[in-house]
Design a protein around this ligand. Structure first.
Ligand SMILES: [Zn+2]
Length: 83
């Protein structure tokens, strides 16, 4: 017993085959921006900036070092005791 597809459903249109893009896209591990793998020397990051930022985050979390240059650490606990 043979099954036979109707001729109309046979994929015989080579022109419709989409070319695979030559650029292989990767996702940045830091900002999740897509970038071309061939064009980046900072894999798995899209650029040097993301590489540096991620490295700094990793270092701060690992060693508990204060993040300098952020300007967000201006809290002064002493004020709470000024009653
Ligand atoms: Zn990035």
């Amino acid at each position: 017993m043979h099954y036979r597809l109707p001729d109309s459903e046979m994929p015989e249109s080579p022109n419709e085959i989409k070319k695979t893009p030559a650029v292989h896209l990767l996702k940045c591990s830091y900002c999740t921006t897509e970038y071309s793998a061939e064009g980046s020397a900072f894999r798995p990051f899209c650029c040097e900036r993301c590489q540096q930022l991620d490295l700094r985050n990793w270092l701060t979390e690992s060693y508990g070092l204060p993040f300098e240059g952020d300007g967000a650490r201006e809290l002064e606990p002493d004020d709470e005791w000024d009653d």
